[in-house]
Design a protein around this ligand. Structure first.
Ligand code: ADP
Length: 454
């Protein structure tokens, strides 16, 4: 259905312009046709009054001499003078018909005789009444019935012309609107498109160039300034993350060392369990600091990869095993593991990717007991897919979770995490010329990543 508010700005602008043009034209044409009709009527009254005047003068003697035959002869010839005259009559001063053409009469004659004014437009007819006066003596009057055939023609042809002009002008208005609006809406649409892209990709470094000097230009300038601010804030955040993670690393290593020593010394509860809790917390903190350091390195382009040839099949088997060791709740099922799949890359970093996705699969499927790992080999690629049956990821958040610090709305409340792992994974995989993505699943999540193999 036609819904103006849902239309694109481009269509709205065109429609408004075409509608305004059509409205103005219709009003102008109504005025134009009305004045044409009025002018025609005035002309008709003038010419008929002149004929009636001549008739009146000629009728004086006819009435004085009661020459009915001459009167009839005179009025019967009138349609030769003007074919529009349908009928004429001469009445005497008592209002009796002296001569009438056509003789059968016309009901309009009685109306003409009763008229107070000299002319009257009625049912497509003009009625004219003219007095026959000799000196001061009123001898009677002349009545004419004029059919306005020409008026119909004028209305019809003007109407046709008006419709033609209307269509022509609306067509022109549409073309002009189409080209003008593309300048106005094109810039707005560009702004909207860029903003959508920024929201989708998280790339704030997307300024828009515009040379205008109007409100849209102001809007674009405001957008550009906002993007600059966001960029500056991002930069400050990156710097802070870099400094904080570096500063935290050294004391954390020292504390970890002391706690490890205490672990060896304290063998009796409750001190032993206190130390173990402290050690677990330190490990978590260490994970966070490592992730922060990685993020900082990625942002400054300093994440070094130590490239070598390694067997991807072996790495997958080892990683699955080590993640399985620390998970008592889930069974990790590994399907079609190939032997000797040589990948040229950073073994440790790829292990980090695998560990992160596997740990997530376990972490985000509480209450479930299975994670399935599948490996597919094509000509040049090896694709690892990791499937869980947990809380899943809404479609609109599936690209966002690869942004730093992003956590899905559903997960962030109950399950702890920092939203950094997948961001790091994505960077590592793409620097190996691979890709990482999510496929839709009925239940849970379905992560995939592929790497080129030799
Ligand atoms: P973290 O797990 O520390 O929050 P990640 O970068 O590894 O950070 O993951 C980012 C977000 O993606 C998580 O917070 C979570 O919302 C979502 N996510 C990742 N893996 C899964 C999964 N297997 N199932 C559901 N949500 C997931």
């Amino acid at each position: 259905m036609f819904n103006f508010s849902n239309m694109s700005i481009r269509k709205k602008l065109v429609l408004m312009q075409v509608f305004t043009t059509a409205l103005v034209l219709i009003i102008m044409m109504i005025v134009f046709i009305a004045s044409d009709i009025k002018e025609y009527k005035l002309r008709k009254v003038d010419s008929m009054m002149s004929i009636a005047q001549v008739l009146g003068t000629n009728s004086i003697s006819v009435l004085q001499f009661q020459d009915q035959a001459a009167a009839l002869e005179m009025i019967s010839q009138l349609h030769k003078v003007s074919p529009e005259i349908m009928g004429a009559e001469i009445t005497n001063n008592r209002g009796q018909v002296f001569a009438r053409y056509p003789e059968a009469g016309d009901p309009e004659f009685s109306i003409a005789a009763e008229m107070k004014e000299n002319s009257l437009f009625r049912n497509n007819h003009l009625l004219v009444k003219y007095p026959i006066v000799s000196g001061n003596e009123n001898l009677g009057s002349i009545h004419l019935i004029v059919r306005l055939t020409e008026l119909q023609k004028i209305i019809r042809s003007t109407f046709r012309l008006a419709i033609f002009l209307l269509l022509l002008s609306v067509g022109f208005a549409f073309l002009v609107a189409f080209f003008i609006q593309s300048y106005v809406s094109g810039r707005l649409l560009k702004l909207v498109g860029t903003m959508k892209k920024v929201v989708r990709t998280g790339e704030y470094n997307t300024p828009i160039e515009d040379e205008g000097n109007d409100e849209i230009a102001t809007l674009i300038q405001v957008y550009n300034r906002l993007m600059e601010r966001i960029k500056e804030n991002e930069k400050k955040k990156d710097e802070f993350i870099g400094i904080a993670s570096h500063e935290l690393k050294t004391p954390l290593t020292t504390v970890k060392g002391y706690i490890e020593m205490l672990k060896m010394v304290e063998t009796e509860d409750p001190k032993k369990s206190f130390v173990e809790s402290a050690f677990k917390s330190i490990l978590k903190l260490e994970e966070l600091v490592k992730d922060l350091l990685d993020v900082s390195k990625i942002e400054s382009g300093q994440l070094q990869l130590e490239m070598e040839d390694f067997d991807m099949g072996q790495l997958i088997a080892e990683t699955v095993e080590s993640v399985q060791m620390i998970s008592a709740t889930h069974l990790i099922i590994l399907n079609n593991l190939p032997t000797r799949q040589i990948v040229f890359g950073d073994r440790q970093r790829i292990e980090q990717v695998l560990t992160n996705i596997l740990s997530n699969a376990i972490k985000y499927s509480p209450g479930e007991n299975e994670v399935i790992v599948n490996i597919e080999r094509t000509d040049h690629e090896l694709t690892v897919s990791i499937r869980d049956f947990g809380i899943g990821i809404p479609v609109d958040e599936q690209t966002l979770i690869f942004e730093r610090f992003y956590r899905t709305k559903g997960s962030s409340v109950h399950i702890s995490g920092f939203g950094l792992g997948l961001y790091i994974c994505k960077d590592i995989v793409s620097r190996h010329n691979g890709k990482i993505w999510i496929e839709s699943a009925n239940k849970g999540s379905f992560f995939k990543f592929s790497l080129p193999v030799k």
